[in-house]
Each structure stands twice: as structure tokens, then as C-alpha cells.
Design a protein around this ligand. Structure first.
Ligand code: GAL
Length: 850
């Protein structure tokens, strides 16, 4: 109708406006970012911002848009990432910004999703990343000292900071240029180690701040965990809780740059997890007490592909128990509960930015913080920070129930829209969601045979060399390989050897991280440290032959250290070798002449490469060697059907590295089990959390599943190469793919807010609360496994019909099957009342598939 009345000229004018506006939007509108004592100020407006860390190289670029859009749907405004210097400048002056390291593309992807970016340029990252993100070549600049007032270091650091800032400027990515970057970070948690650097440390902080500011990014800079951050740099808080944090100047806002939703994983350790009730409590407390910016470290953790993992002994999975799991899937109820929290906080935004809160005591360990716009227009947070005792409190004449260790949010100072301890969000069953396809099935394995290549023990190439004494490993390998051979010979007098048979003890001490020892080319022992102390001593009784004996030690790195004062010069490798009980041999072999070889023969041959797949180096046949050290294996497989993420189950293997179609999927070490005690599957969220409080999988391998990005697979045969260091059985390796996901939702009438109040999606309304089922993006609800309204028993995965039961399966089937998301209102008239007068709940379990 309207069109009918418009003439052609008007239509063309409108189209032109649309096109011009479209371009304008694409180029972006210039945005100013400043700050005051309350908040970051974006285009003149104070903002409450939720942020989350997503490290671009920990996923493949095809996955970035999905991960970022789930972060947006989860209520985030900002995506944070470090910049990883060692991969961007592998050789001094030679830059690499492609593939997983395409920083510009990543920042643009965030921009396209309509989110802001906090770029932590560092260039020190920490991040459980190899060498904390520093290129190893930096260490070899004569006279350099890292992270202190050393001219050589400062010159290199400034050069890289400038490189990144200019790259962002050239692409118009700073906010003032219409881009998404609103914040930048220099250094990282230097305040935690500063004392160890003495006066040099203090000067360095000042220099780093001045250098950052001189780069003229037009956005504020932060230094995290840096009490003495000079103006105008904002010092920010990192930790499990930051509600006690005050910035170092009244002109700076309280910002929290690292809030850990779990913790990282190290080989030989159990899996840390953090209950979402406690995370929500920490976040709510922070905003309650005046905070205005908060970042989850990590929101999506991802995978340490290749040799990117830091050390010592950081595992390949960087899942972090984050709201998005290692594969980028929504982890419930964590993701949903935090999303609901973000919505509740957003509803208070106008109040939170207006003024500082007033504190009202409500009793012991009970308090309210009230944000007033006017004397009768306010938002409030009510907190019970007692770790045990629930409480009833009275606030402005109304009584509220506050479970222990919880915060209630009242955007109108009256109605509770969210309590951090009340998780009503949909749950996902992590472990049920994987379906196994064994590699021996026709569908997943093109050839049932494995080929192998036995690695040579000891010196294998012409580039070996000799030196007096035991060399430090990183200085020797320059991190070109995880491996360094230390080899020597021991001469034994025949008579004495006979007399002392079997009482010779070989004692090898190492700074870390692991070592495999061979006497006369036969393995005699394997020693290793752990993440907290990578050093170890390996003592073994050995027998020697009369005359000449060979001793070969293969020392191994499992990720270069990334944290601590002077972490860059802690060193690794064998530092003492002593033989005892042998009278005529030199007892201490440490200072004798040793032969060295960097790396493995198979690495130098390039056995992991696709172009060697048909090489005659690979042995074939029925006699597949298993449970032997130092063997390369090669097998082929077909990509599992479907779109679900793929991993390879390496629980039958020992320790090594795996490659798929020539790309390293990381180090594996399932033979390293965590200690058998200290775990709990039902960790009490109440009380202060720390990284050792809630652990699972005690006495088990730390990591058995290793992510193979779908993007790295192709139709037809794919090649899996493994280098097994200590012994395993490749015939038992299987591929795992996610073909379905069980989801559950449950809501009790007791949880329902009185109608005419709150709905997280729309705010205050008289809408009836709904039970919502949501599959991950691209997935749909295939079937309803269970749906009961009444008194169903059990938990997600094991629901059972209770004494009062209305079978509401068909209602859910109708509303949900075939859809990605569905909602069914919860009220008796809709579902049929099987037992009037009884408090009922709905419990639904559904299957999502692609
Ligand atoms: C912090 C550091 C992060 C990360 C984290 C633990 O100290 O700033 O980069 O290492 O610890 O995951």
C-alpha cells in the first residue's frame, strides 16, 4: 500500500540512503572511549560491561563466528584476547598473521557480531602459553633481560607493541576509527612478580606505561594486578573474587580483568571445575559493590594445538570449565545461569552508573547495597556472604529469603529477579553427549593396519656435537624440538662388575620436565616432574656389561614455563648423573664429555608430514609393535559422519604427540594419572573457592580425548600420525564424535516468580514463566526422552516418574521436535493438573542432534 503511494524517485532516494548508511555502518562510526571513577565512558555514556576471553589460536577460524555469537547470546558486550608474540614473529622481523593467527580477521569477526574488543597486547601473555608468549629467539639476544629495565628488551617489546598497534590502526580497528577495540593492555600481572626485579622492575613499569600511552591508540590502557600502575593506566583486578578491590586512584573505575570460571588443566592433575552458583555470587558481589567491568577468563578456553601449550606440563585441552566448552558448545547450566545474571545486571545499568552504592547492614554476614537515582527510585543487591547459614532478611519493609553465599538482585528495589544460588537454567549432560565410533569400524577406518617406524635410540645424525658437562636444555635446543639426547659411555672393569652385579645404581637429576633413560640401548627408566615442580630425580638399579656400556638419556620438555619471576631462565634438562656402587668407574658422570643431539630422527625426517605417507620408511605387516618406547605410528581413517566435533581417544597410549593430516593436534599423556584422592563430584559452592577446591577424575588420566578440528579433515582418507614416547597400543585408538546431546530442563512451581513480575528475556511482564529447551546452534530437538508434570524424581539423565504424574511428552513433542529452541508455559491449566494442591514441577529431557 505504502509502496503504491511512493513514486519511483522516492524509492531510489530511499535505496541510496540505505546503501550509503550500509557502507557507513560497515566502516563503523567513530566512538570515543574514556573513563571516570565509575566506569568506562563510551560516547559520553558510562557503561556496565560483561566481557569474556576467547583466544583466537585456541580454535580454528571457521569456529570463531559461532563461538562469538554464543558469547553475545550469553550476554557479553566485550571479547578479550591476548596477542601471541611468539607465533606472530617466529623469526625476528618475519611476521605471521594467518590462519588461526589472523588477528585482524578475529577482531573483525567480533566487530561483525556487534561486540567490543579488549586487546591485551602485552606482549607478555602468561596464559598457559609456551614461554608466556615470548619468542624463544628473544632469549638469545646477548645481554637481554626480560621484563625489567633492560634496553635490549625494551627495544624489542616496544617494536612489537608498535607493530600490533599499527596493524590495528591500518585496519581502522580502534574505536575512534569506527572499530571495536575499546581497551588495550600492556604487560600482564607484573605486580605479582615485580619485587623480584628490584629497582629495575619499578623503572620498567613506568617505562611500559609511558610507552603504551605514546602509541596513541585513543583507547584507555589497563595493567592488571599492578597496584602501582602510573596514571592514566587503569590498574585492574584478577582473581576468583574482586569485590574488595579498589583502584589506585579515585579517578579510575573498578575493573575485573580475570574472573576464572574454572581453572586450567595440567598433565598428572585432576580436572578442576567451579560451580556456577559461586561464579555468579562473585560477579554479583563485584557489581553490588561498585564494579562496572568484568571479564571471564576464559569464556571459551579451546585447545592448545601443536606445541602452543605453556609449562611446565600444561595439558592440550584448555577447556577451563568455561561457559563454552573446548569444542565451542554451550555448557549448561553455566552458560544459561550467567546469561540470566547478565540480563539482571543490565536491568540495573542506569542505576549502577549513576552513583556509588550505599551500604545497609542486614545482620551478621548480611548486607544490602543500594543504588539510588532519587530517594525512592533505586536498584538493590542483597547479599548473604555467610558460607553456611541461610537467612531471612527484611529490606525496605519486605522479607526476603537469602540462601547462604548468595546475592539477590532487585532492579526496582523490590522484586527479586535473580538469585545467584538458584539455578533454573537448562542443564546439559556432558558425558552422555558423546557417542563413540571406534576406529576399527568400517565407517571410520579406511585401513585396519597401522604402519610404524622405530625411532633410533641415541645419536642419530651428523649434526650431533660434544661438550663438557651437562648442558641446559632450552639453551641447547632453542625450542626447535621438545627433545634433547644426552649420551655417553661407561667403561666397566670386568672383575669388579661381577663382584657388584645388580647393585649399580644410576641416579639422574633433572630440572625437568621428563626423561627416558636407556642403558645399552634398552629402556631402564622414565622420570618426570609435575606442573608445580618439574624437577625430578630418577634412581634405577641397572646392570652393566664388562667393558663399554652406552648411556642415552632423552630429556623432554612439556611446554616452556609461562609464569613466575624470571620464568624465562628457569631452565630444563639433565643436571646431574651419578653412578653408585661401581668402584672403578668415575662415579659422577656430570662433568665428563657428553654427546648431544637436538630432536628426534623422525622429526628431522618429517614423518608426521603428509608427503611421507607412502614412504618406504614406514614398516607394514602383522607384527605391530605395542607397548614399546619411541615408536612412530601411522593410521588412516574416514571423518565420522555428521557435523559434530571430533576427537581421538588416546587412552590406550602413553605419552607423545599426534598429527592429523600433517597438523599437530597437541601433546598427549594419558599414562599420567592424577592422584587418587581429593576429588568430589558434588562440590559445595558455598565458601571461598580456590583452584584445588573442586576436582574431578582423581586417579584417572588427565586427558584422554584430543580435539581434531573438523576443518582439518576432508572426505576420503585422513592420516593420523603419533609419536609414542613411552609405550602404548594404537590398535585400541578410537574416534569420538558428538552426534547428539541430551538436554534437560526442570522448573518447580516453588521457583516460579509470582506472575506480573519478571521474565529474563523481557524484564517485568505478566508473561507466564516458560520451560525453555535450547539446542546448540545448528542442532535441533530430535525427540523428547522424558516429560513429566507432577513430582518426578531424580536428576537430569535419570528422571523417573513420581507418585503424581501427568505425561506431558506429547505437549513437548508438538512444541519442540524439529526446532532449535522451544518454550512451553508452566501452569496447571496448560499441562493438566494430576494432583491439585500438591507442589509440582516439570522435568523434561530431550535429545538434540544435527
Ligand atoms: C593469570 C594470568 C593468565 C593465566 C591465569 C591462569 O595469572 O594472567 O594469563 O595464566 O593466571 O589461567
Amino acid at each position: 500500500m505504502l509502496m503504491g503511494r511512493m513514486n519511483m524517485r522516492t524509492i531510489i532516494t530511499l535505496l541510496v540512503i540505505l546503501v550509503v548508511e550500509g557502507c557507513y555502518w560497515e566502516r563503523g562510526v567513530s566512538t570515543t572511549v574514556t573513563y571516570d571513577h565509575k566506569a568506562l565512558v563510551i560516547d559520553g555514556k558510562r557503561r556496565i560491561l560483561q566481557s569474556g576471553s576467547i583466544h583466537y589460536p585456541r580454535a580454528t577460524p571457521d569456529l570463531w563466528p559461532g563461538i562469538i555469537s554464543k558469547a553475545k547470546e550469553g550476554g557479553l558486550d566485550v571479547i578479550e584476547s591476548y596477542v601471541f608474540w611468539n607465533y606472530h614473529e617466529p623469526v625476528r622481523g618475519q611476521y605471521y598473521f594467518e590462519g588461526r593467527f589472523d588477528l585482524v580477521r578475529f577482531v573483525k569477526t567480533v566487530h561483525e557480531a556487534g561486540l567490543y574488543v579488549h586487546l591485551r597486547i602485552g606482549p607478555y601473555a602468561c596464559a598457559e602459553w609456551n614461554y608466556g608468549g615470548f619468542p624463544v629467539w628473544l632469549h638469545f639476544i646477548p645481554g637481554i633481560k626480560f621484563r625489567t629495565s633492560n634496553e635490549l628488551f625494551k627495544r624489542e617489546m616496544k617494536r612489537f607493541l608498535k607493530k600490533v598497534v599499527n596493524l590495528m590502526k591500518d585496519e581502522n580497528l580502534f574505536a575512534s576509527q569506527g572499530g571495536p577495540i575499546i581497551l588495550a593492555q600492556v604487560e600482564n600481572e607484573y605486580g605479582n612478580v615485580e619485587d623480584a626485579y628490584g629497582v629495575g622492575g619499578k623503572l620498567y613499569v613506568k617505562w611500559a606505561a609511558e610507552t603504551a600511552v605514546s602509541l596513541n591508540t585513543t583507547v584507555p590502557w589497563v595493567m592488571c594486578a599492578q597496584k602501582d600502575a602510573p596514571d592514566p593506566i587503569i590498574n585492574t583486578c584478577n582473581g576468583f573474587y574482586c569485590d574488595g578491590f579498589t583502584p589506585n586512584s579515585p579517578s579510575k573505575p573498578a575493573m575485573w580483568t580475570e574472573n576464572y570460571p574454572g581453572w586450567f588443566l595440567a598433565f598428572g592433575y585432576p580436572i578442576p571445575y567451579r560451580p556456577v552458583e559461586d561464579i555468579a555470587f562473585a560477579v554479583a558481589r563485584f557489581f553490588e559493590k561498585g564494579g562496572t567491568f568484568q571479564n571471564y577468563y576464559m569464556y571459551f578456553g579451546g585447545t592448545n594445538f601443536g606445541r602452543t601449550a605453556g609449562g611446565p606440563l600444561i595439558a592440550t585441552s584448555y577447556d577451563y570449565d568455561a561457559p563454552l566448552d573446548e569444542y565451542g558448545f554451550i555448557r549448561q547450566p553455566k552458560w544459561g545461569h550467567l546469561r540470566d545474571l547478565h540480563i539482571a545486571i543490565k536491568h540495573c545499568e542506569d542505576y549502577l552508573v549513576e552513583a556509588d552504592p550505599s551500604r545497609v547492614s542486614l545482620g551478621m554476614n548480611l548486607e544490602a547495597h543500594v543504588y539510588y537515582k532519587t530517594s525512592n527510585d533505586c536498584a538493590a543487591f542483597l547479599a548473604n556472604y555467610d558460607s553456611k547459614v541461610d537467612a531471612n532478611v527484611t529490606f525496605k519493609g519486605i522479607s526476603y529469603f537469602l540462601p547462604a553465599w548468595s546475592v539477590s538482585i532487585l532492579p526496582d528495589c523490590k522484586n527479586v529477579v535473580f538469585n545467584t544460588a538458584k539455578v533454573v537454567s537448562q542443564k546439559t549432560l556432558d558425558d552422555v553427549s558423546f557417542v563413540r565410533n571406534t576406529i576399527t569400524r568400517k565407517s571410520s577406518l579406511a585401513s585396519s593396519a597401522w604402519d610404524w617406524y622405530k625411532e633410533r635410540v641415541g645419536i642419530w645424525g651428523s649434526n650431533s656435537f660434544t661438550a663438557s658437562g651437562l648442558l641446559e636444555q632450552i639453551n641447547t635446543t632453542k625450542d626447535a624440538s621438545d627433545f634433547l639426547w644426552y649420551t655417553t659411555s661407561v667403561n666397566v672393569d670386568e672383575k669388579i662388575e661381577r663382584h657388584h652385579k645388580n647393585v649399580v645404581v644410576l641416579s639422574i637429576a633433572s630440572l625437568g620436565h621428563a626423561a627416558l633413560v636407556f642403558v645399552n640401548k634398552r629402556p631402564v627408566g622414565f622420570g618426570y616432574g609435575n606442573h608445580d615442580d618439574a624437577s625430578f630425580v630418577l634412581k634405577k638399579k641397572i646392570s652393566l656389561n664388562p667393558g663399554n656400556n652406552t648411556l642415552d638419556v632423552l630429556s623432554m620438555i612439556v611446554g616452556l614455563q609461562n609464569y613466575g619471576p624470571w620464568f624465562d631462565i628457569q631452565g630444563a634438562g639433565v643436571n646431574s648423573v651419578v653412578l653408585s656402587g661401581l668402584k672403578n668407574a668415575k662415579e659422577n658422570l656430570s662433568s665428563k664429555r657428553w654427546n648431544y643431539q637436538v630432536g628426534l630422527e623422525g622429526e628431522s625426517l618429517g614423518l608426521y608430514k603428509v608427503n611421507l605417507q607412502n614412504s618406504s620408511l614406514w614398516k607394514k605387516g602383522n607384527a605391530l609393535p605395542t607397548n614399546q618406547s619411541l615408536i612412530w605410528y601411522k593410521g588412516t581413517f574416514l571423518a565420522p559422519d555428521g557435523k559434530g566435533p571430533v576427537s581421538v581417544d588416546l587412552s590406550s597410549m602413553g605419552k607423545g604427540q599426534a598429527w592429523v593430516n600433517g597438523r599437530s593436534i597437541g601433546r598427549y599423556w594419558p599414562a599420567y594419572h592424577s592422584p587418587s584422592t581429593g576429588c568430589t563430584d558434588n562440590c559445595d559452592y558455598r565458601g571461598s573457592y580456590n583452584a584445588r577446591k573442586c576436582l574431578k577424575k582423581c586417579g584417572q588420566p588427565t586427558q584422554t580425548l584430543y580435539h581434531i578440528p573438523r576443518h582439518w579433515l576432508h572426505a576420503g582418507e585422513n592420516i593420523l600420525v603419533l609419536h609414542e614416547e613411552i609405550g602404548g597400543d594404537p590398535s585400541k585408538i578410537s574416534l569420538v564424535t558428538r552426534t547428539g546431546q541430551e538436554i534437560c530442563a526442570s522448573l518447580s512451581e516453588a521457583d516460579l516468580p509470582p506472575s506480573d513480575t519478571w521474565n529474563p528475556k523481557v524484564g517485568f511482564s505478566s508473561e507466564v514463566p516458560q520451560v525453555r529447551l535450547t539446542c546448540d546452534q545448528g542442532w535441533h530437538i530430535a525427540s523428547i526422552r522424558f516429560a513429566s508434570f507432577g513430582t518426578p524424581e531424580g536428576d537430569c539423565g535419570a528422571y523417573m516418574q513420581g507418585s503424581c504424574h501427568a505425561n506431558v511428552t506429547s505437549i513437548y513433542q508438538q512444541a519442540c521436535v524439529g526446532k532449535q529452541q522451544c518454550s512451553v508455559p508452566v501452569f496447571a491449566a496448560n499441562l493438566g493438573d494430576p494432583c491439585p494442591g500438591v507442589l509440582k514441577r516439570v522435568a523434561v529431557q530431550a535429545l538434540c542432534s544435527v
